[in-house]
Design a protein around this ligand. Structure first.
Ligand code: ADP
Length: 257
């Protein structure tokens, strides 16, 4: 699958039309996942709330990682650092050999295009139908409106959500909204998928279906970092468990060299 995706991306870059055809045959072609390293990272929010303390961590391309720990442990802060939405107060966050602290705005914007993020609440735009919600990040990444919608439709179809394309978020169940949010996070075929308690508000069956989509993204080659304190999720998927407590990494974080 990864080889086919690489071929499709190459073809798209050089031959456009041919690439498109190849991409159709493998609609989830994730960007090559990158090595993630945190070196002695601390994050202090003003005036002096310490969210992370001296965290060093290595995540390898294509890993499925659970980020666990009680509320307030620093999980969201860690995800936001990986997204480039926060900068560390001390230490380095390095993704694919690039130190995020030194990336300018453009570099961060590029990084975000290859990173998908889902939150506990789906955060869909209420005024737009599902198709447009999912197409939006593709348009923001430079696709034409037509191509963005084509991609969004193909993805929703592949994820078994075709029947929802014309619906508005308010008419969807919580589980459906969250699966659409996941589709939106995947539309740019990110090499890294970050999820912050994405099943926190869902019943067991809806949670299972959301996790199934994350597992599919992982099988397609994406690195997945899933923050959760739901023990059922931890048992449902095999992955490394990293535990934070009061901002300290207490378990599972193979330290970055
Ligand atoms: P978790 O996701 O594990 O619940 P967070 O990363 O959200 O943990 O929060 C870690 C700590 O940082 C908490 O004590 C929280 O109150 C604090 N914190 C998080 N965001 C901010 C912020 N923007 N300003 C001040 N303190 C914050």
């Amino acid at each position: 699958m990864i080889i086919l995706c690489d071929l499709a991306k190459l073809a798209k870059r050089h031959l456009l039309g041919a690439g498109r055809d190849l991409r159709r045959s493998a609609s989830l072609c994730y960007d090559s996942p990158r090595v993630i390293r945190l070196y002695h990272v601390s994050k202090v929010y003003p005036p002096r709330f310490t969210a992370l303390s001296d965290v060093s961590l290595a995540i390898e391309p294509g890993e499925f990682v659970f980020l666990t720990g009680p509320s307030g442990a620093g999980k969201t802060t860690l995800l936001r650092l990986l997204l480039g939405a926060e900068t560390p107060t001390v230490g380095q966050v390095v993704i694919g050999g690039r130190n995020l602290v030194r990336l300018g705005r453009r570099g961060i914007a590029k990084l975000r295009r290859s990173t998908g993020m889902v939150f506990q609440d789906a955060k869909l735009l209420p005024g737009l139908p599902v198709l447009d919600n999912v197409a939006l990040p593709a348009e923001a990444a430079g696709e034409s409106s037509k191509e963005a919608r084509r991609k969004a439709f193909a993805l929703l179809r592949d994820l078994g959500l075709k029947d929802l394309v014309r619906r508005y978020p308010r008419s969807l169940s919580g589980g459906e909204q969250q699966r659409v949010a996941l589709a939106r996070a995947l539309v740019n075929e990110p090499g890294l998928l970050l999820a912050d308690e994405p099943t926190g508000n869902l019943d067991e069956e809806s949670a299972r279906r959301v996790v199934e989509l994350m597992v599919r993204a992982h099988s397609g080659g994406a690195t997945v970092v899933l923050a959760t304190h739901d023990p059922q999720l931890l048992g449902a998927v095999s992955g490394r468990q990293i535990t934070l407590r009061a901002g300290h990494l207490v378990d599972g974080g193979a330290a970055a060299e």
